[in-house]
Each structure stands twice: as C-alpha cells, then as structure tokens.
Design a protein around this ligand. Structure first.
Ligand SMILES: Cc1cc2nc3c(=O)[nH]c(=O)nc-3n(C[C@H](O)[C@H](O)[C@H](O)COP(=O)(O)OP(=O)(O)OC[C@H]3O[C@@H](n4cnc5c(N)ncnc54)[C@H](O)[C@@H]3O)c2cc1C
Length: 475
C-alpha cells in the first residue's frame, strides 16, 4: 500500500497501547497511519517461531480480568471470548508452598486458614485497597502499607508483593497507590490469558485495524517527529516526510522526547521533570521447547519459585538467578497446536548484561539456561530429556527489539506518568502512550492508557465530547 502524504494522526509503535489508540481514533473517523519498526505488530506482546514447530510467547503470562471488559469495549467480541482464566498459580519458596487462583475469595481463605491471619485484619486490608483513591495526596509506600496492615508478617508481605514484583517490576518503595490499583485489578477475579496465543491475538487486532481503515506499515522506523512553531507538523520515515496534525508516540517516553523530537523543543522545567524519570527494571527469559510427541505433566499454569529466604526485590533481579516464574503452555492454550513450551522469566538489571564481551554474553546466557533447566527439574524430574529447543533473552534483547532505554520491560516508574501526560502541553498535537507509571503498564494498563490518550488526542483534533469518555479513575 502506498502511503498518503498526509494523515490526521501518525501512531509511532504498535505495542498494545499504540494498537488500541490507533484503533480508537480510526473508529472515530480519523485518518490514521500506524508505523512499526519490527516485522510484527504487538511490541512486547511478541511471539516467535523456531524449528521443530515451536511457537514461543514472550509476555503472555497473565493479565487481570479487566482485559475482558477493555477488549469488549475497544476491540471486539471474538478477542474477548478467547480470554480464559489460569486457575492454578503456585508459589513455592522457603516460607510457603501454596496454589491459588488469586481471586479475592481464595486469597482470603489462604490468608486466614494457611497464614493464620485474623479474619478482621484481612477484611480491613482488602477494604483499604478498595478505598484507595488515585488522586489522594498520600505519600505512603507499599512497604508502609503492608507493615501497617500485617505487622511483622514477612511471609504475608511476600505472598502479596512477590507476584507483583514479577508482574511489573515494582518494589515496596513505590507508592502504595500503585500496589492498590494493580493488586485490586488482579485479585478481584484472578489471572487470565489469551487462548490461541499472542500471534492469534495480534492477527485479530490487525484485521480490526484494517477494517477500520488504519494504514499499517511494518519495518517502518519513524526517524523524526517534526515540530513547527510549537506544533506537530509531521514525521519522517525512510527519508520520506509525512504531514499530520498529531502524533501518538508509543515509543519509549524518553526516546520520544530526546531523540524523536529533540530537547530543544521542550521547556527547561519539563526537561527537568523528564530528567528525573527512572526506567523500570528489565527481564531475562529462557524459552524451552518440548520435543514433538512428549507431554508436560499438568501441575500448574504459572509457577513462582524462589530459593531466597525472604522477599527481597533487589535479589529478585540478581544475575545469579534465585527466583523465576515459569509459564506452561499446553495445547489447551493453543488449541490445534499439539505442542508444549515452557517460558521462564526473571527480573534483571541492564548493567549486569549490557557491557559483556560477545564471548561472556554467550557464556552467561548458556549458564542462565542451565540453571533454569536445573530449577525446573526440581518440579518436573526428567524434563531435560524432553527439551529439544533452548534459548535465552536478556535486557539487551528487549532493548534491541523495542528501542526501550535500559531494556525496560514495564516502561517507567511512577513519575513517568505525569511526564507522559504533560507532553501535549509542551507541543501542540504531540501525545505519548505506552507503559508508564507502573499502573499504565502490562497488557491491561497499556490497552487502557491507549484509549485514555486517544480521547485526549481526539479532543485536540476537535471533538470535545470524546473527552469525557476515559480517565485514570476508570481503570
Ligand atoms: C519478559 C516480559 C514479560 C511480560 N509479561 C507480562 C505479563 O505476563 N502480563 C502483562 O500484563 N504484561 C507483561 N509484560 C509487560 C507488557 O508486555 C508491556 O507492558 C506491554 O506489552 C507494553 O506495551 P506498550 O504499548 O507500552 O508498547 P511496547 O510493547 O513497548 O511496544 C512499543 C513499540 O514501539 C515500536 N517503536 C519504538 N520506536 C519506534 C519508531 N521510532 N518507529 C516505529 N516503531 C517504533 C517498538 O518496536 C515496539 O513495537 C511483560 C514484559 C516483558 C518484557
């Protein structure tokens, strides 16, 4: 398809936020161009195929029930109907070994019966989470919230916090409101996945975008966002200039400000604020393909395993891996595809991997793979003999694939949300969406943030009535 020379909006990046924002704007009749530098759409909602018939999902481990509502509202019924629950989430560490659906009722039962917490204490805690207000001025940290709610109960703190640290890289020093929002989202109705795999989800999304008239270009890296007299004038891609009234950047927040636009276009106070934004942590993953004809015993959907004596967020990211989450993909997850794969994820630090020589890098990846398989053998004896593909990804892999600074897996820490939201005050027609501020990261957070920012952009383009339709208070 030939590109037009002019669009209402150019969306840079096809992560879940970029895809959802593009779809929403097209449904409102806007002429939208979506540019993605990779051959596939989806950003970190990624998959890849390997010899032996293996298909690996990168970030399809679990998301909250809220995805059903968001996909029904902003995508379609077919996508919504493919969302299924993962009911057996196992946590195994020196403090406890439990399996839960992570629904409110089941967690309440566990806290009272297994952890022997007084029922009124459990009830008070969940009520407290429900009442948390995004716009309240509280400076309480998650550590303070947990200590106040369950004093001295490091095992309970671990149960409540460790899965969230895996899920979005947050720590006990982050604001309690981020824990409140993320935890309430997960625990109300449990943990869900997309049946059919990431490739099918993204194929359905692409069809929907095309039906709504979005022009899509893969292998198309936006080079510059063009600004004239404080307003968006267009972008350049492949040396070609495309005019537009607005840009929705789904690229990394700081990359958008510093490289795609250029700092000379921003006020000093905004640049100060942007300068204080910290990236979230990164990840390592090990992808294990099971030989055709072999099966993996059905013992959990998700396993969080750690040999650390206590919950320790810094140690969770250590290069000498002690703590991993395992996702088990069976034909139940990919009907019609009679294969099993296992993906192990761990939190990781950019600095531990960024500066290695090629030989060191390859050797360390092999060590990670070896440790991962040894870890898995503790739960599935004999699994080593069934594996016929093994491969690792590191913070360098994620940085290369997405262009995210420091290979950030979940965007930015909390302070990034304001910088992302304020970008349109700096340059008329420039908007940012994508993982920021902990609460706007992950599959659900980015889908919702894509819609929230699309509403603001639509108001900018001249439809004030759309402005009432979304907001952070709605998530
Ligand atoms: C290992 C791992 C596991 C995860 N597991 C889960 C999970 O189980 N559940 C969950 O909810 N979340 C999970 N996440 C997080 C989730 O995947 C992300 O928060 C979400 O997918 C990010 O979406 P996004 O819209 O921010 O964009 P991204 O996915 O970050 O995509 C941005 C896109 O912009 C493109 N781009 C950047 N610059 C340009 C340019 N100049 N021109 C064109 N294109 C450009 C990139 O190529 C990329 O495709 C995981 C993340 C990782 C790394």
């Amino acid at each position: 398809m030939d590109l037009n020379t002019e669009y209402d909006v150019v969306v840079i990046g096809s992560g879940l936020a970029g895809l959802t924002g593009a779809n929403q704007l097209a449904k409102w009749g806007r002429r939208v161009l979506l540019l993605e530098q990779q051959p596939n759409l989806g950003g970190l909602a990624a998959w890849f195929r390997r010899r032996g018939g293996h298909v690996f999902d990168v970030s399809l481990h679990g998301f909250p029930f809220g995805m059903k509502k968001s996909c029904r509202k902003y995508w379609n019924q077919k996508i919504t109907d493919s969302i299924i629950q993962l009911s057996r989430i196992r946590l195994d560490n020196p403090q406890f070994n439990i399996t839960s659906s992570f629904e409110l009722g089941d967690l309440t039962r566990l806290l009272i019966e297994h952890f022997r917490v007084p029922p009124e204490m459990v009830d008070r805690f969940f009520r407290r989470l429900k009442e948390m207000e995004f716009y309240s001025e509280s400076s309480q940290t998650t550590r303070e919230l947990l200590e106040e709610s369950f004093p001295g109960r490091s095992d309970v703190h671990r149960l409540l916090m460790e899965p969230i640290t895996y899920a979005n890289g947050s720590t006990p020093e982050d604001p309690a409101i981020t824990f409140g929002i993320v935890f309430s989202n997960f625990l109300n109705r449990g943990v869900y996945t997309f049946q059919g795999g990431t490739d099918n989800l993204v194929r359905e999304m692409r069809l929907e975008l095309e039906n709504n008239g979005v022009h899509i270009r893969n292998r198309a890296r936006a080079e510059k966002i063009l600004v004239k007299q404080g307003k968006i004038a267009g972008i350049t891609v492949g040396g070609q200039e495309i005019r537009c009234r607005a840009v929705l950047s789904n690229a990394n927040l700081l990359h958008t400000i510093l490289n795609l636009v250029g700092k000379e276009y921003f006020s000093p106070s905004y640049l100060d604020l942007a300068g204080s934004v910290r990236m979230s942590g990164s990840s390592c993953q090990v992808y294990l393909g099971i030989r055709e004809g072999e099966e993996v015993p059905d013992f959990a959907d998700l396993l969080f395993t750690s040999t650390l004596p206590h919950y320790d967020p810094a140690a969770l990211s250590a290069k000498e891996v002690t703590s991993q989450s395992f996702s088990f993909y069976s034909p139940k997850i990919r009907p019609g595809h009679n294969r099993y794969t296992i993906v192990a994820s761990s939190n990781a630090r950019w600095d531990d991997w960024a500066h290695l020589s090629d030989e060191e890098y390859q050797a360390d990846k092999q060590r990670l793979i070896g440790k991962t398989i040894a870890n898995l053998e503790r739960y599935l004896p004999g699994i080593t003999d069934k594996i016929d593909h093994r491969e690792a990804a590191t913070p360098r892999t994620f940085a290369r694939y997405t262009g995210h600074l420091l290979g950030a897996s979940f965007g930015t820490k909390f302070e990034g949300l304001k910088v992302s939201q304020d970008i349109s005050r700096e340059i008329g027609g420039l908007f940012h969406t994508g993982s920021v501020g902990i609460i706007m990261s992950g599959w659900l957070g980015t889908v919702n943030y894509g819609v929230i920012v699309a509403h603001s952009l639509e108001v900018f383009l001249g439809s004030p009535s759309r402005g009432d339709q979304g907001g952070i208070h709605e998530i």
